[in-house]
Design a protein around this ligand. Structure first.
Ligand code: ZN
Length: 413
């Protein structure tokens, strides 16, 4: 039995409460214990309370002095594209010079350039780059990520990405939840309907037979997969036992959020263009919105999703990075907290709940992670600040002091 006692945290942010996602005003209740302590045994949280209470039962526990620091659950990033080859630095510079997406695409940029590099990369090259990304997440205080395929767009290349994720999970302490996103874009040389057949008839059966994904996602947007095509893909995935997520209403209010509600998806992601009527549909169907302000920021746009309206409508809002080389090159959840507060008018407490507990529920892991409560995994982070609001306030400066996964301190930060 190995045990650990965290003592004297200036704030222990527990997120304790009912065993379900937080809605509306509940998003503000982060369950702070001042001079807080926590007892960890065999990777799990055994007791949480004041340091005085924790000290009563120390036994042979190793002491971790958290004086002057905030201790909170590791961030749960519920939307990332973690595996890809190369970067999109040239696109970035072209965009900065004012070029449009069409111009960038003509110059050989855009998603297609990442697809070509990812196809050309070997499994071990992709794994090496993915490890680098995984380490970035840990350094930012994230201990669980959802990660999608989607830069392969052939049967073998999509499977390759998902296998890299499976291997990555074995080699890094970051917990990874894999999502199949074969329908990320239509590959050159095929019509959307032809490619849809490949996704449904060839990719999905292989992905589920090899048990390579927990979720299926689709890029539902004009020029990618329309509502009917998205419905076909997600229905097929559901029949095979996968849970559902969707990239919807990012560029146009095309009815994607409504489809997510109809089909019983776990999450509807992006939602930059979603209006009040569709917000009500998400509420009725209990779909969690996953908001991605990093991509709005990095694309130089100001069209952030209506977080306040969603919280007021009673949705269990989630925040995520959308880490990807094209539109959101950040693994930093603190950066996302800053954007949520300054651009979407969420409070720091709401943003913390959305990026920990609510995110954990959106990955079907609300019973294991996302809060510091007895019985949950001891996945937690110590930050070099005394007030949790500082995480959203000081931006562009790393405040991570140390990261623990199942009670083990991650050393290679
Ligand atoms: Zn995405």
């Amino acid at each position: 039995m190995s045990s650990l006692a965290v003592l004297h945290a200036s704030e222990l942010v527990t997120l304790s409460g009912p065993k379900r996602p937080r809605f509306g005003a509940e998003l503000s209740e982060v369950g702070i214990v001042r001079d807080g302590g926590m007892l960890v045994r065999d990777g799990k949280i055994q007791k949480v309370g004041s340091s005085d209470e924790i000290k009563k039962n120390l036994g042979d526990a190793e002491i971790v002095d958290a004086r002057g620091r905030v201790v909170m659950p590791g961030f749960v990033d519920a939307h990332t594209h973690l595996v890809f080859a190369g970067d999109r630095l040239d696109d970035f510079e072209r965009r900065a010079r004012g070029e449009t997406y069409e111009q960038i695409s003509k110059a050989g940029g855009g998603i297609w350039s990442t697809v070509e590099k990812t196809r050309a990369a070997s499994e071990s090259d992709l794994l090496a780059q993915a490890k680098r990304h995984a380490n970035w997440f840990l350094r930012c205080g994230t201990t669980t990520v959802e990660a999608k395929s989607g830069y392969g767009l052939t049967v073998e290349d999509e499977l390759k990405i998902l296998r890299v994720l499976r291997q990555l999970k074995k080699e890094v302490p970051l917990e990874i939840v894999p999502t199949f996103l074969g329908a990320h874009a239509v590959p050159r040389g095929l019509s959307p309907d032809e490619y849809l057949d490949v996704v449904v008839m060839e990719m999905l059966p292989r992905v589920t037979a090899e048990n390579l994904a927990e979720f299926c996602d689709v890029f539902c947007e004009r020029g990618y997969f329309d509502i009917d095509q998205s419905r076909k893909i997600l229905s097929a995935a559901k029949k095979l036992g996968l849970s559902l997520r969707g990239h919807v209403d990012q560029l146009t209010n095309s009815g994607g959020a409504k489809l997510m509600a109809e089909i019983g998806a776990t999450t509807a992601d992006h939602l930059e263009q979603t209006d009040g009527q569709r917000i009500a549909a998400l509420k009725k169907a209990n779909v969690q919105p996953v908001l991605l302000p990093g991509s709005v920021y990095a694309l130089g746009s100001s069209g952030y999703p209506r977080a306040r309206e969603m919280i007021e409508a009673g949705l269990a809002v989630v925040l995520a990075t959308d880490f990807n080389p094209g539109s959101s090159p950040t693994p930093s959840m603190p950066m996302v907290l800053s954007l949520a507060c300054t651009q979407m008018k969420m409070s720091p407490a709401e943003a913390i709940t959305a990026s920990t507990l609510n995110a954990a529920y959106s990955l079907n892991r609300g019973d294991k992670i996302g809060s510091l409560e007895p019985g949950k995994l001891a996945n937690f982070v110590m930050f070099d600040c005394e007030d949790y609001r500082e995480l959203a306030y000081w931006f562009g400066i790393p405040q991570t002091h140390s990261v623990y996964v199942t009670g083990q301190r991650i050393v290679e930060l």
